[in-house]
Design a protein around this ligand. Structure first.
Ligand code: 13P
Ligand code: SF4
Length: 303
């Protein structure tokens, strides 16, 4: 079968079965071309909550778990069940429970890139596009933020009225970009704007012209009058942008900004899930009951 034939078959199955296909911006381009929505973590969760039908998620496990938390009555599939986010499991729920005792006044805020089990012991979760707004709205001055220290430090800078506490953790993909990459890319493309994800190290986002989620980066590049951009996030974003804006030029900040987990899902995987031939996401009942508070709080505060 060709890519085109598989894509046509996916569109037919989606219509026939009334199922949704959601793709994170980092998923392969051929998947996003047939998805009902391509977007950042917050957009996927919000879209799933407002739409009908069983859902197939082309992304990593925490994204499918979040959709399942929001839609417990519906079938939810992760297109490739081996796709996990290493950051989502960097902290054990027991470790966080112990930390909560150290900071009893703090709101416990989880980046959405966490397992359902970790969300179950947090107060609210946030995505890179909703974090600043949600944390600003929390009544607590102290914030215990897990697991991404880089995003956490970025938020601390944006919200100086809050006091952040961190544990450990970060995205192994975004960590690969360094200050030397910024200097080399700036030297090679002196007229380009640098757009980066806040999961990058502070030595990278401190030097950027724009910092935001994948959706934010794409919107900025599309709406900007500038013609050249250095992209500091997973390199699939660069591919989307180059196809969407043929008249502009996009350069990778670092060739190693590749998330292999996000690239696992294929068209064949998506088709098998749409046909119900793969295992559904199943969550422990007790975990789901606790974790949904955290996701509901995100939707309520994130608007
Ligand atoms: P978002 O733009 O969805 O925050 O993407 C970052 C990411 O790493 C998702 O895993
Ligand atoms: Fe996780 Fe980083 Fe991959 Fe996103 S890019 S799924 S945070 S490892």
């Amino acid at each position: 079968m060709t890519i085109r034939e598989l894509q046509d078959e996916i569109v037919r199955e989606k219509r026939a079965r009334g199922r949704l296909l959601l793709a994170h911006t980092y998923a392969k381009r051929e998947l996003s071309e047939v998805a009902d929505l391509t977007g950042d973590s917050f957009a996927l969760a919000r879209y799933a909550a407002g739409a009908q039908g069983d859902v197939v998620v082309c992304g990593v496990r925490f994204m499918a778990e979040t959709v399942k938390l929001l839609l417990p009555e519906r079938k939810v599939y992760l297109a490739n069940e081996n796709a996990g986010c290493p950051m989502a499991e960097q902290i054990e729920p027991e470790e966080l429970a112990a930390l909560k005792e150290e900071y009893p006044e703090a709101a416990v805020v989880a980046y959405i890139n966490t397992s359902a089990a970790l969300k179950a012991v947090c107060d609210v979760c946030v995505t890179s596009s909703s974090a600043e707004k949600i944390i600003a709205r929390l009544p607590q001055k102290e914030i215990l933020f897990v697991p991404d220290i880089n995003l956490g430090r970025y938020l601390q800078k944006k919200l100086p009225e809050k006091t952040f506490h961190f544990v450990h953790g970060g995205c192994p993909t975004h960590l690969r970009a360094r200050r030397a990459d910024v200097e080399a890319a700036r030297a090679a493309h002196p007229n380009a704007l640098l757009l980066v994800h806040p999961e990058c190290l502070p030595e990278v986002w401190e030097r950027a012209d724009y910092v935001g989620s994948t959706t934010g980066i794409m919107a900025f590049a599309k709406n900007s009058p500038a013609r050249e951009f250095i992209i500091g996030t997973e390199n699939t974003v660069l591919e989307h942008l180059q196809l969407d804006c043929a008249e502009k030029s996009f350069y990778p900040l670092c060739k190693d900004l590749v998330c292999h987990n996000m690239r696992l899902a294929t068209l064949t995987d998506a088709l098998a899930c749409l046909r119900g031939e793969r295992a559904e996401i199943v969550l422990d009942e007790r975990v789901a009951k606790e974790a949904i508070r955290c996701v509901d709080a995100m939707i309520a505060l994130g608007g």
